[in-house]
Design a protein around this ligand. Structure first.
Ligand SMILES: Nc1nc2c(ncn2[C@@H]2O[C@H](COP(=O)(O)OP(=O)(O)O[C@H]3O[C@H](CO)[C@@H](O)[C@H](O)[C@@H]3O)[C@@H](O)[C@H]2O)c(=O)[nH]1
Ligand SMILES: [Mg+2]
Length: 193
């Protein structure tokens, strides 16, 4: 029996569709013992996203970004957030999207970009699946300053760090963003061994 045989959607109520879509859905879930149990979940749909860690194997460096994230601030994080460059897909192909984000946010036109995995980041509440990429970068791939799109409210600082420093920043709490931690640990395991 697949999961779709165990779910019966009863009601979908739109709570907000100002920028993205928040719905409250009431459904029945067939438990292991066969009983149908009614549950309601609020589900936030912002589409899917892509994120990227550029690395230089010889110089043992990576490129990250630093920006203000209001949801982190309102949850007690009184600093700019250090992250891997990322963007929402807006229905585009993940690789094409992340190449564009790399140009806009960090100012690099990359050559080969490798998909490493996909992950749901907040599967209890948010539909988003994130596509994770890594790419080797060289100084001559730099085409601009990056920084994001100011008229969309983006103000992005580009950070080039050694992988050792970046890993130390996870350990001491200066890096607290999940996608960034995942990509740096991937790089430690598979790129900078
Ligand atoms: N007006 C308005 N603009 C918004 C809102 N939320 C986001 N934006 C704007 O929408 C754009 C989104 O920028 P992207 O670079 O495409 O996405 P992101 O915010 O970096 O998100 C990426 O990282 C997230 C965190 O890891 C991911 O959740 C997301 O999927 C994506 O990969 C930015 O210009 C941002 O200011 C909103 O509620 N209202
Ligand atoms: Mg972004």
């Amino acid at each position: 029996m697949s999961v779709s045989d165990r779910v019966r959607v009863k009601d979908v109520r739109l709570l907000s569709d100002k920028k993205y879509v928040l719905k409250a859905t009431t459904f029945e879930w067939r438990r292991d013992d066969g009983e149908w149990q009614t549950q309601t979940r609020e589900v936030y749909d912002r589409g899917n996203g892509a994120t990227l860690l550029p690395y230089n194997r010889k110089r043992r460096t990576v490129v990250l970004v630093r920006q203000f994230r209001y949801p982190a601030f309102v949850n007690g994080y009184d600093d700019l957030l250090i992250e891997a460059a990322a963007g929402m897909l807006d229905d585009a192909d993940p690789e094409a999207r992340i190449r564009t984000e790399a140009e806009e946010e960090i100012g690099y036109r990359l050559h080969d970009v490798h998909k490493v995995f996909e992950a749901f980041m907040t599967p209890g509440a948010v539909t988003e699946k994130l596509h994770f990429f890594v790419a080797e970068y060289e100084p001559e791939m730099k085409i601009g300053d990056g920084g994001g799109l100011a008229d969309e409210g983006e103000e992005i600082e580009v950070l080039e760090l050694s992988i050792d420093e970046a890993l130390a920043m996870i350990a001491d709490g200066r890096i607290v963003d999940a996608k960034t931690i995942m990509l740096l640990q991937y790089a430690a395991l598979h790129v900078f061994r």
